[in-house]
Design a protein around this ligand. Structure first.
Ligand SMILES: *Cc1c(COP(=O)(O)O)cnc(C)c1O
Length: 377
């Protein structure tokens, strides 16, 4: 079965008896033991059939054996850190704002967190040159958020593995249609399924996808212990959204190309950041490891950002990304508030930076909306 077929078939096989073509919603919190042979279902914090259908589908998308889903992307991240973060975590310097908050929880546990520009090959070579990175967890985001820097996954994985480090890639931005980190050597893929995977802005979820039995045991044991599981209806919604992921992604990427073109042509814009642009420093690496450049673009606006965001009608000023509706927001004021101001300034997450997530609306309407918002400057 190829990718697009797996999206609508794996984990959705009709159950014996009814032949439902839609996976049933299993709401039971507990299961009668005597009627089971073999005994497999015990208690819903540990096992749930609706959840497992979604997990099988997510694992199949990256051609691996294991996926565990969680109540949110942050919950998936918390379990990954609990299992994998020992003495040291090395993190891409430009990451989701919430990831900074998540890393902040490690300070109390005495784990050292180092932010590094893993999009720079010289930094990568230096970071893994000495024993300091031995046994570390390397937490990569690519393209990064919101600056759209590109990390070479094969190179980071190769160097990290040489010193016994484990590589986790937060693949929320690209999603599994455009980028499959495990194919480039990463150990674990993390998703906030809240974003493109579910895609409809109506549910929270997270996932860890990988091919290691030891990690599967550790992740599920931790999840069962702390109870950061998604409810069955949330799993149902994520799985339903997943069916159209490929269609949505292709549409969004195509429209993003047009939005990028419009932004590049606007005198009100001083810089456009998008890995699909040939002048982008990570363009060649992105072209190698992604099958499309994504639906997120950032730009610097010469005018009043607040006023611009109020003038757009279709682009809602809201956080989140990857969904069916187009969004535009100012990271410095919202998603990246948790990042210390001096770090924001150093990275270039300044008040003039606008991040746009392109949805599935008619491209002409989106372009008209942007043009009108720019015109009234
Ligand atoms: C949203 C997001 C998360 C966190 O996911 P939640 O589902 O909101 O908990 C993590 N990483 C990235 C890149 C995200 O965009």
């Amino acid at each position: 079965m190829r990718f697009d077929t797996r999206l609508v078939h794996v984990g959705q096989e009709p159950p014996a008896g009814t032949g439902d073509l839609v996976p049933p919603l299993h709401l039971a919190s507990t299961y009668e033991r005597d009627v089971q042979d073999p005994l497999r279902w015990f208690y819903a914090r540990g096992e749930n059939p609706t959840r497992e259908g979604l997990e099988r589908c997510l694992a199949a998308l990256e051609d691996v054996r294991f996926a565990s889903v969680f109540s949110s992307g942050q919950a998936a991240g918390a379990t990954a850190l609990a299992v994998l973060a020992r003495q040291r975590v090395i993190v891409s310097d430009d990451v989701y704002g919430g990831t900074h908050s998540l890393m902040g929880t490690l300070a109390d546990r005495g784990v050292e967190v180092r932010y590094e520009d893993l999009a720079d090959p010289e930094v990568v070579a230096a970071v893994f040159a000495d024993d300091a990175a031995a046994g570390a967890l390397v937490w990569v985001e690519t393209p990064t958020n919101p600056l759209l820097k590109v990390v070479d996954l094969a190179e980071v994985s190769r160097r990290a593995h040489a010193v016994g480090a484990v590589v986790l890639v937060d693949n929320t931005l690209a999603g599994p249609v455009l980028q499959q980190p495990l194919r480039h050597g990463a150990d674990v893929t993390l998703y906030s399924t809240t974003k493109s995977v579910a895609g409809h802005l109506d549910v929270l979820g997270g996932a860890l996808v990988h091919d290691r039995e030891d990690l599967h045991e550790a992740f599920t044991a931790h999840r069962t212990a702390v109870g950061n599981v998604p409810g069955p209806f949330d799993c149902f919604l994520v799985h339903r959204g997943l069916k159209t992921l490929s269609l949505r992604t292709r549409c969004q990427v195509a429209t993003t190309g047009l939005v990028v073109e419009a932004l590049c042509g606007s005198p009100a814009v001083s810089e456009v950041r998008y890995p699909g642009l040939p002048g982008h420093p990570g363009h060649a690496v992105a072209a190698r490891q992604m099958t499309g450049f994504g639906s997120l673009v950032s730009f610097r606006y010469r005018g009043d950002v607040d006023a611009l965001l109020r003038r757009t009608r279709l682009f809602a000023n809201a956080v989140s990304l990857g969904g069916v509706r187009s969004l535009a927001q100012c990271p410095a004021a919202t998603t990246h508030r948790p990042v210390p101001p001096e770090v924001r300034a150093r990275l270039g997450i300044t008040d003039d930076l606008v991040r746009v997530s392109v949805g599935i609306e008619d491209p002409e309407d989106l372009l008209d909306d942007l043009e009108r918002a720019f015109r009234t400057t």
